[in-house]
Write a protein that binds this ligand. Structure first.
Ligand SMILES: Cc1cc2nc3c(=O)[nH]c(=O)nc-3n(C[C@H](O)[C@H](O)[C@H](O)COP(=O)(O)OP(=O)(O)OC[C@H]3O[C@@H](n4cnc5c(N)ncnc54)[C@H](O)[C@@H]3O)c2cc1C
Length: 377
């Protein structure tokens, strides 16, 4: 890639993280990888230096996740812990909250999950009903969440709830840090068809009592703060998808270059080669959009980054799903064996298409926000 798109430092970071990923490999213990990546400063590259981070932004953090994914060992919790939670606390937390959380999130010794999805709201997050009410100096949270990743391994979950506007009576979004073992904060593991270290949970918040300083940021600026965290989430999901797509593609290319059943390796047949070339192009294009989104976000353009981050997430997920599909097919029967490790990516690659926001909701966003078309809902 040319220096116009990425600096020397970025390329050096790519190479260093790729080497770490290769040392660990796809079968390796993810906790050990998380600890080492944290110690080396990779998990907190986007967080402020003052609190132990690298002082960079999403451009750097997305490189880390993409390269670990390309090596076959993506760290899904990077999407939520340093990218969403770290960003929200760094931008909107009090000095006290920053000092309490950021050094641990930056070096990986602490992890934070993120919970917005609810069973009865799904893609329509305006409909969430997890409610926070004041009780003296405390907050009391009640509600349910679903599909929340890594709650068991996270020290706390950043929960999106709502408080009632005293003037209008309308509910507005607010963010609360809920430590894992808080009384009333229950979790049940969901049995997912995913071969991943990070599990998903259904959460119940049953009169969860939190101190006043559990609220992150202003009660009145909830939406703005939420978007500040959601753009990094989309950029990181794009990185996750580009990395996984590259991993699958590299394995298919290696296989197609060696496997011979007629006179030439199967990769010489254009019916095998062209789909792989197409995937390479699609992944490169998706990465370019991811870099644009990261650049806009890091430059402080939250609105511009919103559109680019959505498009990058869309493009990367579609490129990833296609790359995995084509790669599995390239391996013939071996594509479905455990030994070659590609079949489980068929399910894993679909995660990027549905989460954190589905393909259709991005198409809706572009239809309405970019193209100005009317809404059906
Ligand atoms: C592995 C995994 C990890 C996750 N981790 C987290 C997490 O850590 N934290 C968190 O908060 N959430 C998490 N999620 C939840 C994820 O963000 C949601 O699954 C996603 O937002 C979709 O919501 P839903 O599943 O309720 O689908 P629904 O909203 O029920 O949608 C179902 C289908 O209908 C389509 N649809 C809905 N409305 C429209 C419309 N208006 N126009 C066109 N199509 C529409 C959708 O595109 C989708 O295909 C995770 C999900 C998965 C699978």
């Amino acid at each position: 890639m040319s220096t116009v798109v990425e600096t020397e430092e970025h390329r050096a970071l790519r190479a260093a993280v790729a080497a770490l990923g290769q040392r660990h490999g796809r079968a390796h213990d993810r906790e050990a990888l998380w600890a080492e990546a944290g110690k080396l400063g990779y998990l907190g590259v986007n967080l402020p230096e003052e609190y132990g981070g690298g002082g960079g932004g999403m451009a750097e953090l997305s490189i880390v996740l993409e390269e670990l994914g390309a090596a076959g060992c993506p760290l899904l919790m990077m999407v939520v812990s340093p990218a969403i939670c770290g960003t929200v606390i760094a931008r909107f937390g009090t000095r006290e909250q920053k000092a309490r959380w950021l050094p641990g999130l930056a070096d990986g010794t602490r992890t934070m999950a993120f919970g917005i999805t609810e069973p009865d709201a799904g893609s329509n997050s305006h409909r969430i009903t997890t409610t926070a009410r004041r009780d003296g100096d405390d907050w009391v949270l009640t509600g349910r969440k679903v599909f929340i990743s890594g709650v068991d391994i996270a020290d706390a979950t950043l929960v999106v709830g709502r408080t009632e506007d005293a003037r209008t009576g309308k509910l507005k979004p607010c963010l609360f840090v809920v430590p894992r073992d808080t009384p009333g904060f229950g979790r049940r593991r969901i049995d997912m068809e995913l071969d991943a270290h990070e599990k998903q949970f259904e959460l119940t918040l049953d009169d969860v009592r939190l101190p006043g300083d559990a609220l992150v940021g202003e009660e009145d600026a909830g939406l703005l703060q939420l978007f500040a965290g959601l753009n990094p989430e989309r950029i990181m999901t794009a990185a996750f998808a580009v990395g996984m797509g590259r991993h699958a593609l590299a394995r298919a290319v290696a296989y197609a270059g060696e496997r011979q059943v007629w006179k030439t390796p199967i990769g010489a047949h254009q019916a095998v080669a062209h789909p792989l070339a197409q995937s390479h192009i699609e992944l490169e294009l998706a990465r370019l959009m991811m870099q644009k989104a990261a650049h806009l976000y890091d430059a402080g353009d939250d609105i511009g980054a919103g559109e680019a981050a959505n498009m990058a997430k869309y493009a990367a997920a579609e490129a990833c799903v296609a790359a995995v599909d084509r790669s599995v097919h390239t391996l013939g029967g071996n594509g479905l064996t455990r030994e070659f490790g590609l079949a489980s990516l068929i399910t894993a690659s679909r995660v990027a298409r549905i989460a954190p926001v589905s393909r259709e909701m991005i198409l809706n966003y572009v239809s309405h926000q970019t193209l100005g078309l009317p809404k059906s809902y």
